[in-house]
Design a binder for this molecule. Structure first.
Ligand code: HEC
Ligand code: HEC
Length: 463
């Protein structure tokens, strides 16, 4: 006779509709062994077993910070050729979440809504730069729940290697890495005389911002003033050196003159949205950029330039942050081309017709023809160069459109410019974001108190 234990769910209730544990024989006879209200489900045979190890939670939902530790930054298959002693500090960069988006687009390596940078999609905020110990170890605390990545810097503050993904530490969590990653089959370095790096014998370094701020990086306020001060006297519209490389500040349809030029002419070597492969040390960034050779007076044919250490730091840091432009995804021109142009599509079409330039190409990195428009000095716009007379009615009309763009920007400054204000649906998005942050902190309180709290919907925009 075969018998088995069955749980009393579904078809194994008895005639009285009781659920329980029955012994059932091959003839269908059921013998109740055990029942209890409201019924027994999924009985588990009990036997001696070793209690599994409980891994304690590493987060505590109390602190606004967590801690990272790197054992030896010289470890890593993409660190070969970096002699010990070369790395002086580690920079922590946040890539903040995208809270605003628009219909207008820029064609970088991937489509941006709105245009943010020439190639890559992110805005960047430097949270801090911490010293790396001589043995390559480094220990630092960072805001928890914040998407960030690390860069290794030499004594000149120039990037040697950079992480290109991001990571997050949770509230109160401490976590560490061996180095700039290595073969996933290799083990931590516990065989040397110094299994624990020097940095761990000290408290973690705090984040202290960059140049006294933790604002997101803004090309127009950090980098452009250096070019205005030291380069634009020669590298401007109407100057010979300006034809080779124009470093003027003038705002154009989507970025500005110098930014457009430096990228398009390959003066900076940055990764953008690709290549996908992990890059060796020194492969990109300030060390690999032609612009920096001029700044360090390594181009013998160029006039000597003399930047202060602070000015030098601003330019190389910008390159090492991957050549970013806008400090935020917000915009004053959501429905205009690129999500950035102060001129609308009708004005741009009219300008294109009057001047014979295909302006649609301006909103794509690969088809971009270089700066064609200046909203700071409309009459210097290269797009007007084809006219033989300023009396030409088409010239007059084209200039009028450019001046209308200039007036528009003055009236409604874009993000990163003084006087910018969030507007339209972005106001609601910001409010929703802040409400969710508040809810999140309430949830954390509830978790700490061992209570349950449920999500509440956020009100729709009233428009
Ligand atoms: C400056 C060198 C460097 C350091 C130091 C470093 N990383 Fe990275 N990390 C990289 C690189 C390079 C990648 C790969 C990105 C790429 O090129 O695609 C990466 C990727 C990652 C990823 C993403 C993996 C994936 O599959 O997307 C995580 C997570 C990460 N690192 C966490 C950490 C943590 C945690 C630490 C130590 C606290 C750390 N990293 C230290 C260089 C570094
Ligand atoms: C006194 C005038 C002058 C100043 C100031 C000046 N430059 Fe130049 N620059 C030139 C000239 C002239 C050229 C060469 C133009 C040519 O090749 O036709 C040049 C070329 C360059 C090039 C291209 C180099 C190459 O190898 O192709 C870069 C990059 C550059 N300058 C950057 C700068 C930067 C950055 C500054 C400010 C820090 C600056 N220049 C200041 C005159 C100047």
């Amino acid at each position: 006779m075969v018998s088995r234990l069955t749980a009393g769910s579904g078809g194994t209730r008895d005639a009285n509709n009781r659920t329980g544990i029955f012994l059932v024989d091959v003839f269908g006879n059921e013998l109740l062994l055990h029942a209890e209200p409201p019924g027994c489900f999924n009985p588990t045979p009990l036997g001696p077993a070793v209690r599994p190890t409980v891994i304690p939670t590493r987060r505590d939902f109390q602190q606004a910070e967590g801690t990272f530790y790197v054992q030896d930054v010289y470890q890593g298959s993409f660190m070969s050729g970096v002699p010990r002693g070369t790395i002086k500090s580690l920079r922590v960069v946040e890539s903040p979440e995208k809270r605003y988006w628009v219909p207008g687009s820029w064609g970088g390596q991937g489509v941006h809504h709105p245009g943010v940078n020439w190639h890559s999609f992110e805005t960047k905020r430097i949270l801090g730069t911490v010293p790396v110990e001589p043995d390559g170890s480094v220990h630092f605390s960072v805001p928890s729940d914040t998407f960030l990545y690390f860069q290794l810097l030499d004594e000149d503050g120039m990037m040697i290697q950079s992480m290109r993904s991001g990571t997050v530490v949770q509230s109160g969590e401490t976590t560490g890495c061996i180095g700039c990653h290595d073969d996933r089959r290799s083990a931590p370095l516990l065989d040397g005389q110094q299994p624990v790096g020097m940095a761990l014998s000290q408290a973690p370094h705090p984040m202290t911002g960059w140049r006294g701020t933790t604002e997101t990086f803004n090309y127009m306020t950090e980098v452009q003033p250096v070019f205005d001060q030291h380069c634009a006297s020669c590298h401007d519209y109407g100057q010979e050196a300006g034809e080779t490389l124009n470093l003027a500040a003038d705002r154009n349809l989507i970025f500005n003159t110098s930014y457009n030029e430096l990228w398009r002419r390959g003066m900076i070597r940055v990764v953008g949205g690709g290549p996908a492969e992990t890059q060796p040390a020194y492969a990109w960034g300030s060390h690999a950029s032609r612009l920096v050779r001029v700044l360090r007076n390594e181009e013998p044919s160029h006039e000597p330039v003399k930047l202060s250490p602070d000015e030098f730091a601003r330019v190389v840091t910008w390159i090492d942050l991957n050549g970013v432009f806008y400090p935020d995804y917000a915009t004053s021109y959501p429905n205009h081309p690129g999500g950035r142009s102060p001129l609308d599509s009708a004005q741009i079409s009219q300008l294109a017709r009057l001047t014979g330039h295909d302006l649609g190409r301006q909103f794509h990195h690969g088809r971009n023809q270089g700066p064609l428009v200046s909203f700071d000095r409309p009459e210097l716009s290269p797009i007007l160069a084809g006219f033989d007379s300023v009396e030409n009615p088409d010239y007059v009309q084209a200039l009028e459109i450019l001046r209308a763009g200039q007036a528009q920007l003055a009236q409604r400054p874009d993000v990163g410019m003084e006087g910018f204000r969030l507007s339209g649906i972005d106001l609601w998005r910001e409010q929703k974001y802040q409400q969710r942050r508040q809810l999140e902190s309430q949830f954390r309180e509830a978790i700490r108190a061992g209570e349950k709290r449920y999500d509440e919907p956020v009100a729709e925009p009233s428009q």
